[in-house]
Design a protein around this ligand. Structure first.
Ligand code: PGA
Ligand code: ZN
Length: 430
């Protein structure tokens, strides 16, 4: 199929933190697509460049330059070219930008076009978005990892670790997983309210609670208690995104309460915590440059999924290094870390090729766009990180997955306890 772009439009909209972001609309002969891009707060140093204006407006966070990239440069070029598919389209944008990290046109401008085009293609072929990534007989619905306590760069408290997540691996369906999460979320709200007062039930950037704590272990106890209170022990597990770079100063890890641990001592501490609380998945337990610590941890903790986010940054060179060194066994897939869909899918395939898992992820600054819900189903990755089960920009993705599950009926299967084994390993072909 050849797609010709008839119309292009870009504009600045606001994300969930009230900060501008890019939205793009494309129109082809028989299709149209709109997409907007998210934005991280705890970005790694290896991500593609998010183009911001600087200056006074929006405290420098404006995206009028990125919008101008689409309206002034990308759009006119797109309208003169026919594309044979997503890879062709994305490669066109990559070479139009010409830089290594998409700093000329901006990864925010480029990704919004890439996603909007993907929707056009789905429209052209009359298939749901998830089906345009893979055509299989049976789709895999991902286990949602819900972030119920926020710390680090996402909250105004002093909890060093960034995310305490619940994973309803024992649910039978995605909708049941959402039900479990909702029950635990509200039990947790009650616990926090009784212990710290109602003001402590205010939430952080991803919708999780942000209680006034300064140690990293107590949130784990609170989450365990909430799971127990609603009788879901054994059905719902706990996971962490430590985002350790944010509290490492080059020498020591500041884990809160004035405690600063050297790398060796900190390694034992994280390992102990993961074992005590039976953590099933831990993301970025060490600084983003410490491949050696990641490798040792992965080697010594075979029962735990070790996820590379800042470490890998959805970047093929870093993923290859991670595979070579055995630094982790799961890629966190954030399309805006690399800047096009074709590259994001390639990153997922690199991870699959190494026998790793893949967890599709939102960012802390989100829009109402539900793209990643379809992406996770299309890639058959079995797991997705989407914040708490509250706040519109988070529930948009959850509700899209509920819809997809309903639409698929018996052609969809919830990944459950097999979340770390991508669909391909479970006999689905992509
Ligand atoms: P970010 O955080 O979107 O602020 O980078 C999410 C994460 O670290 O997974
Ligand atoms: Zn992370």
């Amino acid at each position: 199929m050849v797609a010709r772009i008839k119309k292009t439009a870009a504009r600045a909209i606001l994300d969930s933190r009230g900060i501008p972001t890019v939205e793009v609309e494309l129109e082809t002969q028989n299709g149209c697509g709109r997409a907007s891009v998210p934005s991280g707060a705890s970005k790694s140093s290896f991500e593609a460049l998010e183009l911001r204006d600087g200056g006074k407006k929006f405290f420098g966070y404006g995206v009028s330059k990125a919008v101008a990239s689409v309206n002034g440069i990308i759009g006119p070029k797109l309208r003169q070219t026919a594309f044979s598919g997503q890879t062709d389209f994305d490669e066109f944008l990559i070479s139009l930008d010409g830089t290594k990290n998409k700093s000329k046109l901006g990864a925010n401008a480029i990704l919004a076009c890439s996603m909007a085009f993907s929707r056009c293609l789905a429209c052209e072929s009359g298939t749901p978005l998830y089906a345009s990534f893979s055509k299989v007989r049976r789709y895999c619905l991902p286990v949602p990892f819900f972030n119920v306590i926020n710390g680090g760069a996402h909250a105004g408290n002093s909890i060093a670790f960034q995310e305490y997540l619940i994973a309803p691996v024992g649910a039978k369906t995605f909708a049941e997983a959402a039900q479990y999460a909702s029950e635990i979320y509200h039990a947790l709200r009650g616990l926090i309210s009784r212990q710290f007062g109602r003001s402590a039930t205010n939430v952080g950037d991803e919708g999780g609670f942000a209680p006034p704590l300064s140690d990293v272990a107590t949130p784990l106890e609170l989450v365990s208690r909430a799971i127990g209170e609603v009788g879901l022990q054994g059905k719902v597990s706990i996971a962490l995104d430590v985002a350790a770079t944010s509290f490492f100063d080059g020498k020591k890890y500041a884990i809160g309460g004035g405690k600063r641990l050297g790398p060796g001592e900190y390694f034992d501490f994280v390992e102990g915590l993961a074992k005590t609380h039976r953590i099933i998945s831990v993301e970025d337990p060490f600084c983003e440059t410490d491949f050696a610590a990641f490798s040792k941890f992965t080697r010594e903790n075979k029962a735990i999924q070790v996820v590379g986010d800042d470490l890998l940054s959805t970047n093929p060179v870093r993923i290859a290094r991670g595979v070579r060194t055995g630094a982790c066994n799961c890629l966190l897939l954030k399309p805006n870390q690399i800047g096009t869909l074709a590259e994001a899918v390639r990153a997922a395939n690199l991870a699959y090729g190494a026998g790793w898992g893949v967890m599709v992820s939102h960012r802390s600054g989100e829009t109402e766009d539900t793209f990643i819900a379809d992406l996770a189903v299309g890639l058959g990755c079995g797991q997705i990180k989407l914040g708490a089960c509250a706040r519109g920009e988070r529930t948009a993705k959850i509700n899209q997955l509920i819809r997809i599950e309903g639409e698929l009926g018996s052609n969809g299967k919830f990944a459950g306890r097999e979340f770390h084994r991508p669909a391909r390993q479970l006999g689905f072909s992509l």
